[in-house]
Design a protein around this ligand. Structure first.
Ligand SMILES: [Zn+2]
Ligand SMILES: [Zn+2]
Length: 201
């Protein structure tokens, strides 16, 4: 991914579309960069703990470089728009939580309505574009503290992602990370075979 691309564009390219959730994630990522004085992660200097799996997380991955594959994106299935961003170099971490608000703007109510429809007419498509432009303007220009609470927190850094060895599963013959395999008298068994096949033997 092109590092010179502006953060917003990088996020849109990575995520595939522009949407309100992604924009909130862009605000979080940019705030974290400024607050912690960091840029994009190269080799696990940064770590993100995300408590949601929705659109905003893709902004965290693309802008901060904390990714699933590198092991510096930790997902907690809490269903909360809460993001903890930690800098290993600075030994600092900030927890950023989206403020709860049940006040919806007329634009976001209508946008949601349109998004639920299976097929949009040309007029509805155009209306949706216009609404998104308003939501974009609102989300990107409003003061950060109106959208989020944040606090510096103590954070215990886990060791950098481990590189594990691979062993062969005695049932399917495929390779499996040793830490995920179960040791059985006949040899290692992968989680898949453990679930689906072991009971049949
Ligand atoms: Zn999205
Ligand atoms: Zn197997």
């Amino acid at each position: 991914m092109c590092k010179d691309m502006p953060p917003l564009e990088r996020a849109i390219q990575f995520h595939g579309h522009i949407c309100p959730g992604l924009l909130m994630g862009v605000r979080v990522a940019e705030f974290a960069q400024k607050h912690l004085g960091v840029s994009q992660d190269i080799d696990e200097e940064l770590l993100a703990v995300v408590e949601t799996d929705s659109c905003g997380v893709d902004a965290i991955q693309s802008i901060l470089g904390c990714t699933f594959g590198k092991g510096n994106l930790i997902y907690k299935d809490y269903g909360k728009n809460v993001y903890t961003i930690a800098s290993r170099e600075q030994q600092r971490a900030v927890r950023i939580a989206q403020k709860f608000s049940d006040k919806k703007t007329p634009e976001s109510i209508r946008y949601r309505e349109l998004n639920k429809l299976e097929h949009l007419t040309e007029e509805e498509e155009a209306e949706r574009e216009d609404l998104l432009a308003v939501i974009f303007e609102n989300t990107m220009s409003v003061a950060f503290e109106e959208l989020f609470d944040w606090q510096d927190i103590d954070f215990i850094f886990p060791p950098k992602a481990q590189i594990h060895g691979t062993v062969q599963c005695v049932v399917c013959g495929e390779g499996v990370m040793d830490s995920k395999a179960a040791a059985r008298p006949e040899g290692y068994v992968c989680p898949d075979c453990l679930q689906t096949k072991e009971g049949l033997n």
